[in-house]
Design a protein around this ligand. Structure first.
Ligand SMILES: Cc1cc2nc3c(=O)[nH]c(=O)nc-3n(C[C@H](O)[C@H](O)[C@H](O)COP(=O)(O)OP(=O)(O)OC[C@H]3O[C@@H](n4cnc5c(N)ncnc54)[C@H](O)[C@@H]3O)c2cc1C
Length: 417
């Protein structure tokens, strides 16, 4: 390891990235293991007074996230749900269909014994509440500050942090990489991610429609593209996630408002009336990225740094959050013996509980992308039959709803297994 000099700082857990994953983990640790000394390093400033449309914060940007019902229960446990709920829109019904084809499936929260199937929350609102709650704990919140480099060794990791133009080394027993896979740190630490490009982009915006949403979400498939509309903010507003071939994205981003709304209307149809308004559009390239083994002695990758999925099933962050609570419980169990935090046994038992969930959700999301990317022919007809069959079968529909709500894995997600 490098000689960091005498001004070295020490902590038990250092989290690189205070985005949705890093901040949620830090809060989990503050609640479950308050004796641990935890630091979070976040490179982008989070200024609650600035409109998220005009400030770029890579995690708390202009997107909205569909939080599964199980994620609401986690945020209840972390004590932030009452605040989050003030600007969360419940999804009470989901309608899945193929445009111009017969198959349709509907899900209703009332059939599954919950008040909602999930909730739509602006990423900016999530960030504001997570960071505000964190600032009331003993967590060191270093922001804006950037991790420049890190090295691991038998004692944990040494991390070089840059803040206000100064560089300082931190010694930590466990380094958690929650940088979204953005900073090159995971490659520098010897992890390699398998990347599978879908050749698709997501176009994200808020749209206003003629008919009120009545807490209904839509997923509509047409010609290899998917239009997801999530009920949002005002009674007629939806968060739009339109996934499409990458060859189409530049043109659709550049379309004038009227032409854009006309194309969207043509893709989605008239079920909710006229598309009347669209807010600022944003685009994201889509790929499946996964690290085979997210742990090494002294270091663990979480959130998008460990696995990032296609947003078609709205599962990426919900899966990550369950993993973060599993990790937090494992680390809380090791808190009496801080030297064991980065030990292979501690981290291996976390991976053993989380990996099954990752494999199931990654497999589910990936096959959904493939099936719904079919433009017709036999796979397309099979999909239509599948949607119709699911609509008529309460058992499988309940199973699917439980999975989407993150409820069939909740017990283990909170570390009670
Ligand atoms: C279009 C779209 C829609 C989605 N919708 C949903 C949904 O409805 N439901 C769902 O569950 N999931 C959804 N997801 C997935 C979800 O957005 C991700 O799972 C989530 O953003 C991952 O968060 P993260 O904190 O791991 O990574 P990021 O959001 O990338 O955050 C990483 C953080 O690390 C910081 N950082 C990076 N490098 C450094 C460094 N060197 N030093 C310090 N800080 C650093 C960054 O500033 C950032 O704040 C969607 C994804 C997309 C693309």
């Amino acid at each position: 390891m490098s000689d960091p000099g005498s001004s070295i700082r020490h902590c038990d857990v250092l989290i690189v990235g205070g985005g949705m994953a890093g901040a949620s983990l830090a809060l989990g640790l503050a609640r479950q293991a308050p004796s641990l000394d935890v630091a979070v390093v976040e490179s982008s400033p989070l200024d609650p007074s600035v409109d998220p449309q005009t400030q770029f914060q890579p995690s708390y940007d202009a997107r909205a996230t569909a939080l599964a019902y199980g994620s609401r229960l986690i945020y209840e446990d972390l004590g932030v749900w009452p605040e989050l709920a003030r600007a969360a829109t419940p999804i009470e019904h989901i309608h899945v269909s193929s445009r111009g084809r017969p198959g349709t499936t509907r899900m209703h929260a009332s059939e599954h014994g919950t008040e909602a199937l999930g909730y739509v929350v602006d990423n900016a609102w999530l960030g504001l509440n997570l960071v505000s709650a964190l600032q009331e704990t003993a967590t060191h919140w270093l922001c804006p500050a950037r991790v420049v480099t890190a090295e691991t060794g038998s004692e944990g990791a040494q991390v070089l942090v840059e803040q206000n133009g100064e560089q300082l080394w931190w010694q930590t027993r466990l380094l958690v990489v929650a940088d979204g896979g953005r900073s090159g740190l995971r490659e520098q630490l010897g992890f390699s991610a398998r990347r599978q490009d879908y050749g698709q982009h997501a176009l994200v915006a808020t749209v206003t429609m003629g008919e009120p949403h009545r807490n209904q979400a839509y997923e509509r498939f047409a010609d290899g593209a998917a239009v997801a509309l999530l009920p949002h903010r005002g009674s007629h507003d939806y968060a739009l996630v339109w996934t499409m071939d990458s060859t189409e994205i530049e043109r659709r981003m550049a379309l004038g408002t009227d032409a854009f709304l006309a194309e969207l209307q043509q893709r989605f149809g008239w079920r909710q009336g006229r598309f009347e308004h669209v807010g600022q559009r944003h685009s994201y390239p889509l790929a499946l990225e996964q690290v085979a083994s997210p742990v090494r002695p002294g270091v663990v990758l979480v959130g998008n740094a460990a696995h990032s999925l296609h947003p078609v099933a709205g599962q990426g962050f919900n899966l990550a959050l369950r993993g973060l609570m599993r990790l937090s419980s494992r680390l809380a169990g090791a808190a009496d013996e801080p030297a064991s935090l980065g030990q292979p046994e501690t981290l291996a038992s976390y991976v053993a509980t989380h990996q099954q969930d990752v494999d199931a959700i990654v497999g589910f999301s990936d096959s959904l992308v493939r099936v719904f990317s079919e433009k017709g022919g036999f796979p397309g007809r099979l999909r239509d039959l599948g949607l119709a069959a699911l609509d008529a079968a309460p058992g499988p529909r309940h199973w699917l709803a439980q999975r989407n709500m993150g409820l069939n894995t909740r017990r283990s997600s909170l570390g009670h297994d």
